[in-house]
Design a protein around this ligand. Sequence first.
Ligand code: UD1
Ligand code: CA
Length: 461
Amino acid sequence: MNKGCGTLILAAGKGTRMKSNLPKVLHLMLEEPLISYPISASHEAGLDDVCVLVGNEGKAVESYLKKNEDVTVAWQTEQKGTGHAVLCAESFWKEFDSVLVMPGDVPLISPETLREFKSQYDASGSVCSVLTFDVDDPTGYGRIVRCNDKVSIVEEKDASADIKKIREVNSGIYLFNTNELAIAIKSLTNDNAAGEYYLTDVLTILQDRGLKVSALKIGVPDEFNGVNNQLQLAQVTEIARKKIVEKLMLEKGLRCMDPGTVWIGPRVKIGNNVTIYPSVQLWGDTVVDDEVFIGSFSVLRSCYIQKCANLKGSVRMNNGSVGPRASAGPFAFMREGAVLLENAHIGRFVEIKNSVVGESSMVPHLSYVGDTTIGTHTNLGAGTITCNYDGVNKNKTVIGDHCLIGSSTMLVAPVTVGDWVSTGAGSVITQDVPSDALGIARAKQQNIENWAQLHRKDIKK
Ligand code: UD1
Ligand code: CA
């Protein structure tokens, strides 16, 4: 049954120049794998059915895709060229009227360009359109040769000196009528300098059969930048980073005195009137609500920061959640499952893991809080530690409302402290403390009079 337009992303190539064991399309741009970008561009352009062709290190790519993306996977076990690659995925694209083919290593491609390309293709009456762009240095690209009404693509390796001068090049992005593609692709040969089956030759085959092919120049050149090595990866990353930050500044009023040092991943959501100081990184599916302040050197991965929260700088947080008007830092580390409820505060040199700090409660200085629930309006004194690990198990600490935990209290879990409890500074609390009690557990102080005189050199004995 034929229906709509499918997308085929080619990602079976080697990526040798990345000099890495990691498959090229799994290298990260703004902490997201390269392959995720053409997939989301296709989805955002309204082309929902996507197939990714894998090959080299294909198992790793396939397992990433199965876990994270809604796509079909096809295999090309031996890399015999882009034409052969498209043929390997025929069982996917033959189900559609048309297919968009694009490389997996062009992460800057925009949904707007894909949408425009599709609509110009639809209007052109062509059975194939190739997306082209002009470039100052065309080295390495297939050149677009326009002759009368015909279009052909000549690869660098096969090009004459004159053709090498052409600056209009093939982006590697095409739309095909699948019925015609199915016929033409079977007559490809590998009779060229590279000994490969070139997809680009399909254009000539189609025109030789009297069918119309068009070359469409759409989009801005940066969009087609391919990633072949680590330097190009850093260059495209900078373009993507800048685009995201500038868009947030213009559309959401993001305040950023130094936008060049702010890093925000493509899935991060930012509300209105947010302020971000220099050298901040926000990754994954972090959500930042309105009026939040994020101080310098903060690094957040997949966190939820609610309205008017204040991250005072150097806050590191993974999968954490910060309630409205709550605050953290400077120098705070919130690990997996750390939750600050409304108006809570954690301060300098505090580490929180898998714990809830209740409404209006505070852990202001030098503490470790793990596997703990803290009620409301409770204050943990400087240096409070929850001793959650006994060498075998992680144990829980429960602290009630309105408590005053004395400085340097060790809470040896499992342990429960009721409401309105105080503990003596320096106590090692190994037993539960009932509500309203003072828990104190430390040696009673003795003062030995004149002890210094035994040691002082300035006193004659
Ligand atoms: C290709 C085009 C060239 C165009 C350029 C744009 C051909 C013959 N040439 O050249 O005109 O200017 O892209 O970047 O198509 N791939 C496979 N299996 C293979 C071979 C390639 O999946 O057997 C994939 C690669 O992973 C890559 C894409 O196809 O994503 C393009 O292949 P690549 O070898 O980079 O083609 P180029 O030589 O750059
Ligand atoms: Ca390439």
